[in-house]
Design a protein around this ligand. Structure first.
Ligand code: OGA
Ligand code: MN
Length: 282
């Protein structure tokens, strides 16, 4: 097999073929894949649906797994793997206003932790017949294209990230007392420097970032709203149309993601996920 890496769009993403993920990666392949990950921020490996144990083995090729906060999503035998069910089981589960579905909100995983996951690995296990794309935007490129005055405003600024924020239209799932105790509000820089590339990206999680430290609410909202409309513009986007078994690995330090939650009621949409440990944002 020969390793091939092809861009999935102009702005981010690459498809990786010719790699045997059941074996440890050779040095040259590992280096090429790492370089593509740092350059494209998202890699797609085509696969069949895997057992949680096999999926975890593959995730370990790319980093150290981290447990997901919500206990009820952890797989019973392989707790590092979480099972994500996004199916609308009954008509009343799908609101007319899809913005109320939490997954349709732009976010980066885990930013309510002081040390968020650097990457997420997600595999599709069941897919609806239409819709359900996972959408990504490149906040490194969005940072680079900010005008100088906005860049200056977010330089050195910190923002409060919480488990939820009234700024997000959809509500987060309820936490148990144990989970709530593990997720007090934390502060992160608004412009984050990637530890492996030295490149800056906007680090703002619209589902979890509540406010900018030191600004009045109205001023903070205006700054965050401006960043939001800039960074989610089409020119920074790639929408992934899933094939069954696809494995995506993405960089949470410089991408946001959300879901096109317009898919039919009663059609299963299910994924398994592993989060990979990161470092404290600076
Ligand atoms: C996630 C997530 C997107 C999807 O796994 O963190 O947001 O497509 N999933 O289900
Ligand atoms: Mn997510």
């Amino acid at each position: 097999m020969t390793l091939e890496i092809r861009p999935l769009s102009d702005t981010l993403g690459a498809e990786v073929t010719g790699l045997d993920l059941t074996q440890p990666l050779g040095e040259a392949d590992a280096a090429a894949v790492r370089e593509a990950f740092l350059d494209r921020h998202l890699l797609c490996f085509r696969s069949e649906p895997l057992s949680p144990a096999d999926f975890l083995r593959i995730a370990r090729l790319f980093g150290e797994p981290q447990l997901q906060l919500l206990r009820h999503r952890r797989h019973g035998e392989v707790p590092e793997v979480s099972m994500l069910e996004s199916t609308y089981k009954r008509p009343e589960d799908k609101p007319d206003d899809l913005a109320l579905v939490r997954l349709s909100g732009w976010h980066t995983d885990d930013s309510y932790f002081a040390t968020p996951a650097k990457a997420t690995m997600l595999q599709s296990l069941a897919l609806p017949s239409s819709g359900g794309e996972t959408r990504f935007c490149n906040t490194r490129r969005a940072y680079e294209m900010l005008d100088d005055s906005l860049k200056a405003r977010i330089e050195g600024a910190r923002a409060v990230h919480g488990y939820d924020t009234p700024r997000a239209p959809g509500r987060a799932e309820t936490r148990t007392a144990e989970e709530a105790a593990e997720t007090p509000d934390v502060l992160h820089p608004l412009a984050r420097t990637h530890e492996d590339t030295g490149r800056k990206a906007i680090y703002f999680n619209p589902n979890r970032t509540d406010r900018v430290v030191g600004l009045e609410r109205a001023e903070s909202d205006a700054l965050l709203d401006g960043l939001y409309s800039h960074m989610t513009a089409d020119r920074f986007r790639y929408d992934h149309s899933w094939r069954l078994g696809d494995i995506l690995l993405w960089d949470n330090r410089c991408l946001l993601h959300s879901v096109n939650t317009d898919f039919p009621v009663g059609e299963e949409r299910r994924h398994q996920r592993v989060l990979l440990k990161g470092t404290k944002p600076v």
